[in-house]
Write a protein that binds this ligand. Structure first.
Ligand SMILES: [Zn+2]
Length: 320
């Protein structure tokens, strides 16, 4: 069974259209089954990680000011053709999916425990300094397209904000044109910044969480640099003890909760019984920051939310 049941994200992605959401959800379950996603964190070993990291520097590093995991890519340092000489598209996609699964199993729960509020999205920084867009050939283009499809279909609504930094004038112009064709909900999350990006980034990220190459103070010298360090609450033993304790009990919790009115944010609801706090603030991307008491979650009288709850109960009765 899937480890995360964030139906709300799927509902949001389909603008609360229940038929479309049900279809999307079913497709996602099929995809997980066909690709062995439930066990991918244990089954798949990405031996070529070190080389991939060299030709495509990327990784999680720290948290933003509200406690969301920070994901960084140095696209300007990426070398697509060399990347494709050390891995294959299929293996890279598996690695990508494995990364998402770890984010749901470890990073979001750990971050939620660390800040005592529900975390279910990431803040992303793409450093495009020195990117030669022409060097991104067909294979890289296809890869990006396939990644976007996998993410959009199976991990919707997990991006809180994206900062594209060191963008040149050409990129900015392109972005301003492209914006007109994109969903405003998406464009509102994406900020294209030039070389003077630090002030804007500092509004949402503490400099201690930013690598030096982005103007922050972190170097992670003992881990081979910031993008290899995977630093964050998900590496704190005390927090991970709680996260793992929760997963051992998950089967029990999911059955118990299937008759409950809320099936979104289940992980934290269950975990919160082990954490010395009951009040958790929803840090959902479109939340207004209201306090949701997870012990009494029925504080959402909105029609959409009610439909969502009915839909959740229906799905759980049919799928568990
Ligand atoms: Zn660092």
């Amino acid at each position: 069974m899937m480890k995360h049941k964030s139906l709300r994200r799927f509902l949001k992605a389909r603008k609360f259209d229940l038929d479309k959401t049900a279809h999307m959800w079913a497709e996602m379950l099929n995809w997980r089954k066909d690709n062995g996603v439930d066990s991918i964190t244990q089954d798949f070993v990405y031996d070529e990680y070190e080389l991939v990291q060299r030709y495509y520097p990327h990784g999680f590093h720290g948290v933003d000011k509200e406690g969301r995991p920070l994901y960084i890519e140095r696209l300007g340092k990426a070398e697509p053709s060399k990347l494709m000489s050390v891995t294959t598209v299929e293996r890279f996609l598996k690695y990508h999916v494995q990364g998402f699964e770890k984010t749901f199993k470890e990073k979001f729960p750990a971050c939620s425990i660390a800040v005592k509020k529900h975390i279910c999205s990431t803040t992303t920084i793409l450093d495009v300094h020195g990117v030669n867009w022409m060097s991104f050939g067909k294979v890289a283009h296809d890869l990006v397209m396939r990644i976007q499809k996998i993410d959009g279909d199976n991990y919707p609504e997990t991006l809180h904000q994206m900062f594209i930094v060191n963008a040149g004038n050409g990129f900015k112009l392109l972005w301003n044109t492209a914006k007109g064709f994109l969903d405003p909900r998406t464009t509102a999350k994406i900020h294209v910044l030039g070389h003077k990006f630090l002030n804007r980034l500092s509004e949402v990220i503490d400099p201690s969480q930013l690598p030096e190459f982005l103007g922050g103070t972190c170097l992670c010298p003992n881990e081979g640099g910031c993008l290899r360090s995977d630093k964050g609450p998900w590496n704190e033993p005390e927090i991970m003890k709680l996260v793992h304790a929760f997963y051992v009990g998950e089967a029990f919790y999911s059955r118990k909760i299937s008759s409950s009115s809320d099936c979104d944010d289940l992980e934290i609801k269950s975990a919160s019984s082990k954490v010395p706090t009951r009040g958790i603030i929803s840090a959902d991307s479109e939340s207004d920051g209201r306090v949701c008491n997870y012990a009494a979650m029925q504080v959402m009288p909105l029609d959409a939310e009610v439909s969502m709850i009915e839909f959740c109960v229906y799905l759980f009765l049919n799928m568990i």
